[in-house]
Design a protein around this ligand. Structure first.
Ligand code: SAH
Length: 280
């Protein structure tokens, strides 16, 4: 991701007056067509980011380099992706830091993989397992499409229930239907102080996971939450929530690995993080 004018081969998002986004890769001599008519790629190449162009139907379209959110929402999907609001929460709760060794299953379409690769940086390492070869290939194309070759990323077509190799990991992230079945392996793959984060669309799955965690005394400080993002509009005096929002995506469960399984430090009702007050 660089500053300066657009050049051939780069990704561009064109944003229309309704904030609809269109993702394309610039190729000299090509035309991009959408509901607003066509735009010549040559009209974008050489322009600064943020330039307003006009389609053949005279609709203004602004050209930007795609943000990670733009890319994730527009890239081709095999499996359902994690949405940016959940990706942001997972990044923060899993505390994915530059240089971290991160395990992930399943790779799906690669949305979380992209966030992880960006967060760990060139000194970190991401290992992704994906059971279905066609989804693994989709994830690979999506990752390479944005980041190019990633020598610090290992993608394996593998069933995570067969076990996790390449350990130890600082972080383990699970986005698969029955992730509670792989918790003992995830626990073993994490180093002491490591963080486990799992995402589930239904509360039944959270229940299964919470119950499975009770049987794993080295995974503690369990937290369960969901993120609700409510977009608002501000147009003159009309300042109000949008009428349509993403009503539900899923729930997130977090746990931390102890050095040795011991007496549970779990209080009956934990204080929520952020409610403890601040240190002077
Ligand atoms: N987090 C991904 C989406 C994951 S969807 C993203 O943001 O794009 C869940 C994925 O888990 C699917 O691709 C599915 O094939 C995979 N999966 C399900 N069971 C699995 C298993 N046992 N081992 C590895 N992958 C599995």
């Amino acid at each position: 991701m660089r500053p300066g004018p657009f050049s051939e081969g780069e990704l561009v998002v064109l944003v229309d007056p309704y904030h609809q986004r269109y993702l394309l890769r610039l190729q000299a001599g090509q035309k991009y067509s959408c509901q607003h008519g066509a735009i010549a790629h040559d009209a974008v190449i050489g322009q600064a980011e943020g330039t307003i162009l006009r389609s053949t139907k005279d609709v203004p379209l602004v050209a930007f380099r795609p943000t990670l959110s733009d890319y994730v929402l527009k890239m081709k999907r095999g499996a359902q992706i994690l949405y940016p609001k959940d990706l942001g929460s997972i990044f923060m709760r899993a505390d994915v830091f530059p240089g971290a060794r991160v395990f992930e299953a399943g790779a799906g379409s690669g949305a979380l993989t992209l966030v992880l690769l960006r967060a760990v940086g060139p000194t970190g390492r991401v290992v992704s397992y994906e059971m279905r070869p066609e989804f693994a290939e989709r994830a690979r194309l999506n990752v390479v499409g944005l980041l190019g070759d990633c020598p610090n990323w290992t993608l394996r077509v593998r069933d995570v229930y067969q076990g996790i190799e390449e350990e130890p990991f600082d972080r383990a992230l699970l986005d698969l239907p029955a992730a509670w079945e792989v918790l003992p392996q995830a626990e073993a793959a994490l180093r002491p102080g490591g963080i486990l984060v799992a995402f589930f669309p239904t509360i039944r799955q959270i229940e299964e996971t919470a119950t499975a965690l009770e049987r794993l005394p080295a995974l503690r400080l369990v937290e369960i939450f969901e993120t609700i993002e409510r977009p608002w509009q501000a147009r003159g005096l009309s300042v109000r929530p949008h009428q349509r929002i993403i009503g539900h995506t899923g729930f997130i469960i977090v746990a931390r690995k102890l050095a040795a399984p011991g007496a549970s430090p779990e209080p009956v009702e934990p204080l929520l993080p952020g409610f403890e007050g601040t240190e002077a």
